[in-house]
Design a protein around this ligand. Structure first.
Ligand code: IVH
Length: 671
């Protein structure tokens, strides 16, 4: 394939992929199957690998991420990002609107919008291509987080249609839908990580991650709500937003009443009433409504105060709260030994659901609020999945109530609890003997994303633990059919299934085995990173805190947790047994792979007789080398085929790059 042919196919595939991406993520109306989409994506990836010089920064392949940014550059906003005046009172809203109405002689139309609770973003487009994405920062300068923003699937990297200004900025809110947020937090808690307090924090935390591949795995979405340009594409804000919809942006939908024009206060209040009642039916969180003057000339006329424009104001909703009685405080012990206090409440209706329990996070929180059993407390659920106790109604406190004392011993096994320096959480250190830890660890070990052992549900694990047949993951591999058959409820066939599942799990890749170990803070993503970097359990076991923190996204906390795990005698005993049982403790190398080209950068050019270009590139990678598109100072070899252009040869000679032919290459990688 010539470069010209490749260029055409790449353009065609990119266009198709962007189209189907838009159908799926913006219009929620896919036309092709996921499989068909993936096939096109793989084809494009392969082509871009072969012709790296044709891989554009806004190619659909860039959405999977991969770029690692150590520090995001700070960039000045061309148009400052002002803040918004806000109020919780309808009277104040009314006063504000009446005030500005007096400043403009003619009729005034308003636009009502939802106030999305996420992170503000400013996107710069030129000739229909995304150039840069900046956070709000302090309003005059923000952080350039373009690689992370590129991974958001509903955001167009290239615009469709015509009619967009040659250069413009568009602003909006990046947010995490409630369902995705809940799932992310579940995964984090399973990994012993602190859950995010709310979708807004989860969004902000995600956008600041250094590795865009991790960002790509987080469920971010984006609504665009303002076009900013020197020459505007419309007379008013409403038209501009709807025009942006035709360019491929996900904008608030009028048909869902996410955006609505209003001629007067009554219509504005009708919009507010609707959303104050319906906000929890939305798949994302809002914290109010924004009212804007529609006409751009009127906006200009109104101008801004020192802080915020006069033409817009936010009406914020009060967080929803209910009062109920705190009946008792109990404790939960997780698989990592973390002890979490739980508030058991008199059932109460809140934001459309009955709330019976609320998390209390840790001992500090109980102390801060001075919570006591029997207190009447305020419970809030700002749309968040887990309700929380936010305060005590001291007026209703029973005179005989006593201050609450956090337990000092594990509620499950009686071991004295520990609280590591600088941490808010209490822990039960009896990892090998505390029943919920034993069961939790085993349940995690066999779970689908870990060792994926069929036929071993939580009930069976409970049974096996209670019968003293298993205490740690290694014991699973020592189970025999004779051990299982005497057990109640376990027929011959189920026993065999279970043993087959255990045997099959020995082939599970190293990264999943590492995740299965249930080391605190080592979730799926971290496990993948560690596996890729250290390649074997042995290397990882030897790694010092410093070597660990040198890996991107691996912080001090994760490093310390890994060291603690590998230095714990009891855990090492069963880990050793697991290794002996034959689980995968190394990243599997491709057959015939080597590191003969490790650290070497090669440029491939021209035609070859022995191999196709794709094969050559695959071979370079297989032997640990790197393939790049053009000759530079850092190139080690130029692999020259027939009809390589004279320019490349000249450049290589000039830079002192070694030129080799395909026979030399074959010798270099030979056994
Ligand atoms: S307009 C000059 N519209 O609210 C006015 N902002 O509290 C620019 N926000 O930083 C903002 N939804 O992140 C506007 N429909 C909406 C919004 C919205 C959420 C956020 C935005 C801003 C913050 C101010």
């Amino acid at each position: 394939m010539t470069a010209q042919e490749a260029r055409e196919i790449i353009a065609q595939l990119s266009q198709e992929l962007e189209y189907h991406n838009h159908r799926y993520y913006v219009e929620a109306a896919p036309e092709i199957s996921d499989r068909a989409y993936d096939r096109r994506m793989e084809e494009l990836q392969a082509l871009e690998k072969t012709f790296p010089e044709l891989a554009a920064p806004n190619s659909p392949t860039q959405r999977v991420g991969g770029a690692v940014t150590k520090e995001f550059p700070t960039v000045r906003h061309r148009f400052p990002m002002q803040s918004l005046s806000n109020t919780y009172s309808r009277e104040e809203l009314q006063e504000h609107l009446e005030r500005i109405r007096k400043l403009v002689p003619e009729e005034m139309t308003f636009v009502c919008e939802l106030k999305y609770d996420g992170a503000a973003i400013s996107l710069h487009y030129q000739n229909g291509e995304l150039q840069q994405a900046l956070t709000r920062g302090d309003g005059s300068q923000g952080d350039d987080i373009t690689p992370n923003v590129r991974t958001i699937p509903s955001l167009p990297l290239r615009l469709r249609g015509k009619g967009y200004p040659e250069e413009f900025f568009i602003r909006g809110e990046i947010f995490m839908p409630t369902a995705g947020f809940a799932q992310l937090n579940r995964q984090r808690m399973e990994a012993g990580q602190e859950p995010f307090a709310n979708p807004r924090n989860a969004t902000a935390g995600t956008l600041k991650l250094q590795d865009s591949a991790v960002v790509a795995g987080r469920p971010l979405d984006c609504f665009l709500y303002a076009v900013v340009a020197e020459d505007r594409p419309a007379e008013d804000h409403y038209q501009a937003v709807l025009a942006a919809r035709n360019w491929g942006f996900k904008v608030p939908a009028p048909e869902k009443r996410y955006i609505e024009k209003a001629k007067n206060l009554d219509e504005i209040f009708a919009f507010i009433d609707h959303w104050e009642a319906q906000r929890h039916q939305l798949p994302f969180e809002i914290d109010g409504v924004v009212v804007k003057v529609n006409d751009y000339r009127q906006q200009e006329r109104l101008g801004s105060t020192a802080k915020a424009p006069r033409w817009a104001i936010a009406y914020k909703f009060e967080a929803e709260s209910a009062e109920t009685v705190l009946e008792s405080i109990t404790y939960q012990v997780g698989r990592t030994g973390a002890v979490t206090p739980v508030a058991n409440l008199q059932p109460v209706q809140l934001a459309g659901t009955t709330v019976k329990r609320a998390t209390l996070h840790n001992a500090d929180q109980i102390q801060r609020l001075d919570l006591r059993e029997g207190d009447t407390v305020a419970v809030e659920k700002g749309g968040e999945i887990i309700p929380k106790v936010t305060g005590v109604n001291f007026g209703k406190r029973e005179p005989q109530s006593a201050p609450f004392h956090f337990i000092s011993q594990c509620p499950e096994c009686g071991t004295p609890l520990q609280r590591p320096d600088g941490e808010a959480q209490h822990f039960c250190p009896n990892h090998p003997g505390c029943p919920p830890q034993i069961k939790g660890r085993l349940e995690h070990f066999v779970s689908r994303k870990a060792m994926d052992i069929d036929g071993l549900g939580s009930e069976t694990i409970e049974l096996l633990v209670d019968q003293d047949l298993i205490r740690n993951p290694a014991d699973l591999y020592a189970l025999r059919k004779e051990d299982l058959l005497p057990l109640e409820r376990l027929a011959e066939k189920s026993a065999q299934n279970m043993l087959d599942g255990i045997a099959a799990s020995k082939e599970v890749p190293f990264e999943r085995f590492l995740f299965a170990l249930g080391i605190r803070y080592v979730g799926e993503t971290v496990a993948k990173k560690l596996a890729r970097h250290f390649e074997s359990l042995e290397n990882l076991r030897q790694a010092s805190v410093e070597e660990l923190t040198n890996v991107s996204e691996i912080g001090e906390r994760i490093a310390q947790s890994l060291r603690a795990f590998f230095e714990d005698q009891a855990q090492q005993a069963w880990l050793d047994k697991l290794v002996q049982a034959g689980v995968q403790t190394q990243v599997k190398k491709q057959a015939g792979a080597s590191d003969k080209l490790a650290g070497k950068t090669l440029v491939v050019s021209g035609k070859f007789s022995r191999y196709s270009r794709t094969e050559i590139k695959a071979l370079i990678e297989k032997h640990g080398g790197k393939n790049t598109g053009s000759v530079s100072k850092s190139t080690d070899y130029l692999l020259a085929g027939s009809d390589m252009g004279p320019k490349k040869r000249e450049k290589a000679t000039h830079l002192g790059v070694t030129i080799i032919d395909e026979d030399t290459f074959a010798e270099m990688i030979a056994e």
